[in-house]
Design a protein around this ligand. Structure first.
Ligand SMILES: [Zn+2]
Length: 138
């Protein structure tokens, strides 16, 4: 999860707080940052999730603080992989563990006939499936 900045330095992904129009604060957004020129850019794979989240709360009156990892599985997984408690665990194992957790949630949501919840869990599973094809965590 690295790329080269236009200045020549290597950019790495960090979880940052993004503030939208001084109104919506979103914690734990994966952002490429450059140690050389301090350029930054939102990680491309989460851009859609981020704009969806912002548009969902755009009309909210007043200030708001959101946690991106509740919307974005990639943010959740990066945060977990960076957590000291899981440092010794291979990333694939963290991902597999999360998938099992979500599948359990899906079963529970379905048995409670909570369609909204089931839909949310399906969306998260879909996110992981699309990330695991594009993201190399190492
Ligand atoms: Zn740079």
């Amino acid at each position: 999860m690295q790329k080269q900045c236009i200045c020549g330095e290597t950019m790495a992904v960090h979880l940052r707080t993004v503030i939208y129009q001084k109104k919506i604060e979103i914690d734990h957004v994966p952002v490429y940052t450059c140690p050389g020129c301090s350029a930054s850019e939102v990680y491309p794979d989460v851009k859609n999730d981020l704009t969806d989240l912002i548009s969902a709360y755009d009309a909210y009156p007043g200030r708001l603080r959101l946690n991106f990892e509740e919307t974005s599985e990639l943010a959740y997984l990066i945060k977990k992989a960076a957590d000291r408690e899981y440092w010794n665990e291979p990333v694939q194992q963290i991902i597999d563990g999360r998938i099992n957790e979500l599948l359990d949630m899906l079963l529970l949501a379905q048995s409670l006939e909570d369609n909204h919840w089931a839909e949310q869990v399906r969306k998260k599973l879909g996110q992981i499936a699309s990330y695991s094809q594009t993201v190399n965590f190492t």
